[in-house]
Design a protein around this ligand. Structure first.
Ligand code: NDP
Ligand SMILES: O=C(O)C1=N[C@H](C(=O)O)C[C@H](O)C1
Length: 239
């Protein structure tokens, strides 16, 4: 498979290494130094483009890739308020697009566990929900994309919670997300339900960002035979 790596930072480099170790070729590497080269990526030279850049660059890159007919997987977080524009464009172009806030298979199981627990907890009184995410100090966005997906899962299953805020919250119906930044942490997410008498906590800890890179390459291998707006849930159904 020919893979274009768009965004060559920590994730881009890890994706390149895992892709090569699984026998794939890298057709292009696009970074801050050569953003204009993205115009050269096409279905003739690339099976899939993988976009891990930064929140303020991702949308333009994804739009360019879809306009050029390139299958695109996106992991960059912090641009999701524009997600509908992208899915609309993808449909107009009969393209292929997948965004996942987290490509770790373990985190995607954690998302299911989170929704299951949120439903159960919605039937109990006296528990306060809260979330904490910890990432490395270079991270540009807060809360993390994964924390937002977890919050959406909680709100879907527990109608008494209607919004999240990126600070501690004691307000009824408001989920507080605390974001901490500590050197070298690849990504830790904890959801807590606390009452005066007991606490339930679920936690996912990524030990190495290779877990995200391996996940995205496996999804890319699957996505080369798919079209349309895809989700990582579709991929996991076929695992
Ligand atoms: N979905 C998932 O599973 C995961 C998502 N992420 C997300 O992926 C994103 C990238 O993470 P990470 O690799 O750690 O971040 P880095 O900051 O290490 O890398 C981002 C790279 O993008 C480059 N860049 C800047 N502008 C452009 C542009 N216009 N086109 C292409 N590249 C550009 C930066 O260049 P320069 O440094 O020169 O500015 C940098 O090399 C973040 O949003 C993060 O949250 C991270 C891990 C897993
Ligand atoms: O920036 C990161 O590093 C990560 N970003 C993603 C997020 O915002 O959820 C996924 C992972 O937690 C690592």
């Amino acid at each position: 498979m020919n893979i274009a790596v768009v965004g060559y930072g920590k994730m881009g480099k890890s994706i390149e290494a895992i892709a090569k170790s699984r026998g794939h070729q890298i057709s292009f590497i696009i970074d801050q130094d050569n953003p204009e080269d993205i115009s050269k990526i096409s279905p003739d030279n690339t099976d899939v483009a993988i976009e891990f850049s930064q929140p303020d660059a991702a949308l333009d890159n994804i739009i360019t890739l879809l306009n050029q007919g390139v299958k695109t997987l996106a992991g960059t977080t912090g641009w999701l308020d524009r997600y509908e524009e992208v899915t609309q464009l993808c449909q107009e172009k009969n393209g292929t697009f997948l965004y996942a806030s987290n490509f770790s298979v373990g985190v995607n199981l954690f998302f299911e566990l989170n929704e299951w627990l949120a439903k159960k907890m919605s039937q109990l009184e006296g528990f306060e929900a809260a979330m904490e995410e910890i990432h490395h100090t270079e991270k540009k966005d807060a809360p993390s994309g994964t924390a937002i997906t977890l919050s959406e899962g909680i709100m879907k299953e527990n109608p008494t919670i209607s919004k999240w805020v990126n600070e501690p919250s004691k307000e009824d119906g408001v989920l507080g997300i605390v974001s901490k930044r500590e050197p070298g942490v690849p990504g830790t997410h904890t959801v807590t339900y606390a009452s005066p008498l007991e606490t339930i906590e679920i936690k996912h800890t990524a030990h190495d960002r290779k877990v995200f890179a391996e996940g995205v390459i496996k999804v890319a291998e699957w996505a080369t035979n798919q079209t349309g707006i895809l989700s990582i849930k579709d991929f996991l159904k076929n695992e």
